[in-house]
Design a binder for this molecule. Sequence first.
Ligand SMILES: [Zn+2]
Length: 180
Amino acid sequence: MGPTHVPFAFACGLGYGVAVGMPAVQAFAVGVLATATSAGRFSPDVDQRPGWRRTDRAVPDEALGAGGPMQHRGVTHWWFWPALAWWSLGQVPTGVVGWIPQALVIGWASHLLGDFLFGKDRGIPLGPWFWHVGLGLDTDGALERWRVRPVVLPTAVAVLGLAAVGQLGAVFEMVRRAAA
Ligand SMILES: [Zn+2]
C-alpha cells in the first residue's frame, strides 16, 4: 500500500472538499494537505521509523499483550484517534482555517482505510492495538499495482477534479451575474 497511500489521501481530501461544496482551489488544497499525514513520519506509519522501532525494542510494551501497542499497525493505526480528532474539531470554533486540521485528519484516516483494505492477515486494530480487522487484500499485489494505482485512483481524482472545477465555474457565474 506504501506508494498508494499518497494518491489515495489526495482523492479522499479532494472528495471531501467536493462533497461539502468547497471552492475548487480549497478542495484541491485539502487533497494536497491530506497527503502530508498519509505516509511517512507524520502518518500512522511513524511506527515503522527507525526511532520508533528503537524505542519499541527498549520499551517492554509487549507485556501488555497482543504484541504491544508499539508494534507496526498497533496503536498508531487505531481508528479511534482520527475519530476523536474529527469530533474534537467539531467542538471548538476553528473558523475559516478549520479545513486545515480537517485535511490532516482526513489524510491520517485515509491511511487507516488503505491499511484496512490492503495488508494480508493484518488490517487495522479494532481495539487500541489488538483485534485486527481488514479485507487483507494483497499489498502491492496485482489489484493494487495494476488496477487501483494506475486506473481507479486517477479516475477518481479526475472525476472529483472536474466536479470541483464545476463548482468553480458556478462561483464565476455568480460573480459575473453580481458584476453585471
Ligand atoms: Zn500503515
